[in-house]
Ligand binder design. Structure first.
Ligand SMILES: [Cu+2]
Length: 293
């Protein structure tokens, strides 16, 4: 399988102002052609990484189409009002100030309008939360454990797995051509395309955070606690993430790499991995979907 091309869907930042950038981003959402999934950030890119799961797409829509235009308009409006007041009502321009202290219509407007804005934001926001938190029936489970400073993955025995392995960052000197510095790992997690994957996340020492941007997942790995999230990748490729909780001196050196492959390739990988990681056979059964009780 070829390494995913380094194409992103973000906009190149040409040093435009933040507000303009926001409006730009919203435009980019419509204008951007469907490029191959990147699974990592590219230099100069802004915006969210290319989404490859239904949740990540919904997050992308929420951010680019709902939040970004609203915050852009609100910021410009408030900045405009501020400038107007500074120039129109300063002591020089307005030597005799008005004695007006209340304006019922205005006060109702500046209370009701923001409330309406918040309701507009709340509806898609709660819908997204609902889709993220109510985990659908899973096709398979992967258990992820954060350690200082690497990740380990366990594939349950009742789903053809029964092994676990550690995933460490690759040293610069070990990088093969095309592999990304600071992101490439020795053992990637592998999942099949189009399957709902339940990810159970915990940690062995301190709190870590398991994040894969293109999947739209971000969940804390807490010692003694089993957190759950899910994703359903719709595109093959190699998707990277990072630990997103300050967890110690090598926090920046524990990348996450998940490879999405066809069902056939997955079956082949599973058989190979079972042999390769035979010494780490996992006897425990933890594939219950605890979120569904
Ligand atoms: Cu960490």
């Amino acid at each position: 399988m070829t390494f995913p091309p380094r194409l992103g869907r973000g906009v190149k930042n040409g040093g435009i102002g933040l507000a303009l950038t926001g409006a730009f981003l919203s435009l980019a959402f419509f204008a951007a052609p469907a490029l191959a999934a990147a699974g990592h950030a590219d230099p100069g890119e802004i915006g969210l990484q290319t989404p490859v799961t239904p949740i990540a797409r919904e997050m992308d829509f929420f951010h680019n189409i709902i939040l970004m235009p609203i915050i852009t308009v609100v910021s410009l409006f408030v900045a405009g009002l501020l400038l107007y007041c500074i120039f129109r009502f300063n002591e020089k321009a307005n030597p005799t100030p008005s004695a007006l202290t209340h304006h019922t219509g205005l006060e109702v407007a500046w209370t009701v309008l923001p409330v309406m804005l918040l309701v507009v934001i709340a509806i898609p926001s709660f819908r997204l939360l609902d889709h993220q938190l109510i985990i659908p029936a899973a096709d398979m489970t992967v258990k992820v454990t954060g350690h200082q400073w690497y990740w380990s993955y366990e594939y349950p025995p009742d789903q053809g797995g029964g092994f676990s392995f550690d995933s460490y960052i690759k040293d610069d000197k070990d990088l093969k051509p095309g592999e990304l510095r600071q992101l490439a790992v020795d053992n990637e997690a592998v999942v099949p395309i189009g399957k709902t994957v339940l990810v159970q996340v915990t940690a062995s020492d301190v709190i870590h955070s398991f994040v894969v941007q293109s999947f739209g997942i971000r969940i804390d790995a807490v010692p003694g606690r089993l957190n759950q999230t899910w994703f359903k990748a719709e595109r093959e490729g190699l998707y990277y993430g990072e630990c997103s909780k300050l967890c110690g001196e090598d926090h920046a050196y524990m990348p996450i790499a998940v490879r999405v492959v066809s069902q056939d390739e997955y079956t082949t990988w599973l058989a190979q991995a079972k042999k390769k990681f035979a010494s780490t056979a996992v006897p425990v059964h933890y594939a219950e979907n605890a979120a569904r009780d």
